[in-house]
Ligand binder design. Structure first.
Ligand SMILES: [Zn+2]
Length: 291
């Protein structure tokens, strides 16, 4: 079995995301910032729900985490409930972000009214209603229910295939989608398309609410990350993302041929790698060496 075959084989068994860094310095500087953002979104998601930025929050938690959260929320206005169903049923009803850990449970958090409505919709297999309750825009629900997004990354693949004639783009929402496998999850759903205005608005609502809560520095990091050049390519069910500071791979739906996308970006990060190929920037010494 070749390495590639092995990776395809693994893909059918596991969801995964493997990350490597361009240098130890870049990792030391940026990894803690990305981790900080990931933790911030996880920790603040409940606060965002209580402010109804998301009417309802869906989380994947280990059983002991769900119990702890349940205790923490006893005094709050929010209710917590399990969403029990097979992986197939969960994916049929909503585009849950990562189902890679089978031990984790799917938990709904929100005001009692919203949790009850969502459970009712889930039990009746009413995807449309369920997705509406979690705050997914109508355009994205329509796209999802038309069967275009049978798995989580089809939306991104569709974007890329549709834009084949124009592979170079510059778009915050698309950058967000490309970084999402690292845990930068600002939305609970896959936008219908990279220019979905309602999803862009939802992202801005999250950013502005967190700035209001005092996370200005973190939101500056996020905005900076979303402004870098980035390349994405998918082949044989594996996506490879290259950014100036790291490279990561994860599983996607298999495509018959290689699909590629480039986000030109408007900023280059501190400690970003130098090099000849996109997304790296050429530095002076390399330019001189070529000349
Ligand atoms: Zn949409």
């Amino acid at each position: 079995m070749t390495i590639e075959q092995q990776m395809i084989y693994e893909t059918h068994l596991h969801d995964f995301c493997r990350i490597s860094w361009v240098s130890e310095e870049a990792k030391a500087y940026w990894y803690p910032r990305i981790q900080c953002l990931t933790t911030l979104f996880q920790n603040q998601a409940i606060a965002l729900t209580s402010k109804e930025v998301f009417p309802l929050l869906i989380k994947r938690l280990y059983p002991h985490e769900a119990d702890e959260l349940s205790e923490q929320l006893q005094e709050s206005s929010l209710k917590i409930n399990h969403l029990r169903g097979t992986r197939k049923k969960l994916l049929e009803i909503f585009p849950v972000t990562f189902l890679n850990d089978q031990v984790k449970e799917t938990i709904l958090i929100g005001k009692k009214k919203h949790v009850d409505q969502a459970l009712d919709a889930f039990n009746k297999s009413d995807s449309n209603k369920f997705l509406e309750i979690i705050g997914m825009p109508i355009c994205c629900i329509k796209s999802y229910l038309e069967g275009l997004q049978t798995t989580i990354y089809n939306g991104l693949l569709r974007t890329i295939l549709k834009e084949q004639k124009k592979k170079e783009l510059n778009n915050q929402l698309l950058s967000y989608l490309l970084y999402k496998p690292l845990g930068l999850d600002l939305l609970q759903y896959e936008p219908c398309f990279f220019d979905c205005q309602q999803s862009e608005q939802n992202i801005n609502n999250v950013i502005n609410t967190l700035i209001d809560k005092g996370y200005n520095q973190e939101m500056l990091w996020l905005k900076e990350i979303l402004s870098w050049p980035i390349s994405w390519s998918g082949l044989h069910g594996i996506a490879e993302v290259k950014t100036p500071i790291n490279k990561f791979m994860y599983n996607i739906d298999a495509t018959a041929k290689k699909v590629e996308l480039i986000i030109t970006g408007s900023n280059y990060p501190k400690l970003g790698a130098k090099g000849l190929a996109f997304p790296y920037r050429i530095n002076h010494s390399i330019k001189e060496a070529i000349a």
